[in-house]
Ligand binder design. Structure first.
Ligand SMILES: N[C@@H](CCC(=O)N[C@@H](CS)C(=O)NCC(=O)O)C(=O)O
Length: 217
């Protein structure tokens, strides 16, 4: 008998949030399996059996196959459940959307991940306020790049066009994360307009941290 897909994730994890948005946009049901990062549950043997890299998210398919890396998971969901599409139909459009998504996933997010921030504090003995300055610097400067990229593209409701794409799946969690660290979003007009548009969409609302079963806010 086939079981529902299981998403191993944490309510505050932005990589997990990307996948939750994609699942909601596609109207897919899944079992929510919380992995508490702050308590270190991802480092325990039980989770190592699900994720070799011991990062969230991991998606367990209904036949037991396990997928890692949020971008790969979202693209897998898009290929296996093509409607609504999260990438444009043309190669140029797909390159544009992937470039925006990777700007968040490859340029911004790796610098403000939990293990990076912990390393700054525990190994390099960086003060809490300096750690927060690091975080704000890299998120703000990354989003400034994102804004400049958006300004090169035709205006639309979302990051690219009038329907949500992979770029929106990446942008929204990054903004949520930035809000927790009081990042200044001033002047990021197109970026924040796309964020606001997303947050009026039911799929983004259902996927947000405050709607998660393990939410502690
Ligand atoms: N590039 C990976 C990033 C995965 C990742 O780093 N996830 C974070 C949460 S957003 C995590 O598990 N952090 C645990 C840690 O840093 O120890 C993806 O997109 O899935």
């Amino acid at each position: 008998m086939l079981c529902a897909m299981k998403l191993y994730n944490y309510f505050r994890s932005s990589a997990s949030f990307r996948v939750r948005i994609a699942l909601e946009l596609k109207g897919l049901t899944y079992d929510y399996v919380p992995v508490h990062l702050v308590k270190g549950e991802h480092k325990q043997d039980q989770y190592a059996a699900k994720s070799a890299s011991q990062l969230v998210p991991a998606l367990e398919l209904d036949d037991g196959q396990l997928l890692s890396q949020s971008m790969a998971i979202v693209e897998y969901l898009d290929e296996t459940h093509p409607n609504p599409p999260l990438l444009p139909p043309d190669a140029l459009g797909r390159a544009r959307v992937r470039a925006l998504a990777q700007l968040v996933a490859c340029e911004i997010h790796p610098l403000n991940n939990l293990r990076v921030l912990k390393y700054l504090v525990r190994e390099l003995k960086v003060e809490e306020e300096a750690k927060n300055a690091w975080y704000r610097h890299w998120v703000r400067s990354g989003l400034e790049m994102f804004e400049k990229e958006l300004l090169q593209l035709p205006a639309g409701r979302y990051c690219y066009g009038d329907t949500p794409t992979l770029a929106d799946c990446c942008l929204v969690p990054q903004v949520f994360n930035g809000q927790r660290f009081n990042v200044d979003f001033g002047g990021l007009t197109r970026t924040m307009a796309a964020f606001e548009a997303c947050m009026q969409h039911p799929a983004f609302q259902k996927a947000q941290p405050s709607a998660c079963p393990d939410n502690e806010a």
